[in-house]
Design a protein around this ligand. Structure first.
Ligand code: FPP
Length: 264
């Protein structure tokens, strides 16, 4: 089924929790880039006496819901941590299920992404990704490369430390006389070179860790952790995260305007 992710009109039903929450959003102060550590698929499944793979399947549905909700709300970049470098340590059938779900997502959703002006981008080490998934990723990246409304970034076979090391190695290999590197030049060697740093990082299922995700990029990112498992994460939770973000005063290491250390 294809549909246009129009505005919020008709999407949020009157009288629901999200209808109440959405009214409180200040649309002139949205986070530009939201990153998400989608955690808790396994625990969600265990709670229901289901195999872990069922948790991942349910997690795919949340991916669709949150991509749509983010686009409709006006978020410009949404980065999802879908497969980490460490995830290879899981049993083979779980690893295979995760890649198969990803391939299915790309096949099912490429038209939805394209018709709604959404661009797909991948960060992480592409050459470790199974061939058939890589083929789909390349196809969808190419199909959606000129889209403008929102960029969906999938972190696949991704690790923050590995990304930083690869950037350093790319820098070393440069033959010209690069004498000094500053933050801006270094950022251009990361997988996220053309993306702004995340404003808000959401982590589901209650863990208070970064888990090797966007280590460089999250230096000043606001963190929001919810106990909700990823398969239960819905648009109302996303709106709640945005509302909490909007209450925060971001100082980037500085001080609040007008609050100097006046000791006279
Ligand atoms: C963490 O849950 C989640 C993952 C390791 C992968 C996320 C994958 C999906 C949501 C499905 C496919 C993705 C897309 C983009 C279609 P966990 O298994 O670590 O949960 P646990 O900590 O409760 O065991």
């Amino acid at each position: 089924m294809f549909f246009m992710f129009d505005t919020l009109e008709g999407y949020i039903k009157p009288g629901t929790i999200e209808a109440d929450l959405v009214q409180k959003i200040d649309f002139s102060h949205l986070p530009v880039h939201i990153a998400v550590i989608m955690d808790g698929n396994g625990r969600w499944a265990r709670q229901k006496n289901l195999p872990r793979t069922e948790g991942h399947k349910a997690g795919s549905k949340s991916v669709k819901e949150i991509v749509e909700a983010s686009a409709r709300l006006g978020i410009k970049y949404l980065t999802l941590f879908a497969f980490s470098k460490e995830n290879w340590k899981r049993p083979e059938d779980e690893v295979n299920t995760l890649w198969e779900l990803l391939r299915k997502y790309l096949i099912d959703e490429s038209q939805v992404l394209e018709e709604n002006d959404l661009k797909l981008k991948v960060i992480g080490e592409k050459k470790g990704i199974p061939f058939l998934v890589r083929k789909e990723l390349l196809r969808v990246e190419k199909l959606t490369k000129d889209n403008q409304r929102m960029t969906v970034v999938l972190a696949l076979n991704y690790g923050g430390r590995q990304e930083i090391l690869e950037a350093i190695n790319r820098l070393i290999k440069r033959k010209d006389s690069l004498k000094e590197v500053n933050e801006e030049t270094f950022s251009r060697y990361l997988d996220t070179a053309d993306l702004p740093d995340p404003d808000l990082l959401i982590r589901t299922s209650g863990e208070m860790r970064l888990s090797n995700f966007l280590l460089w990029q999250c230096a000043y990112t606001e963190l929001w952790v919810t106990p909700v498992f990823w398969p239960d994460f819905q648009k109302k939770d996303l709106i709640q995260a945005i509302l909490d973000y909007q209450k925060r005063e971001r100082r980037f290491g500085g001080i609040i305007k007008g609050e100097g250390t006046n000791r006279e």
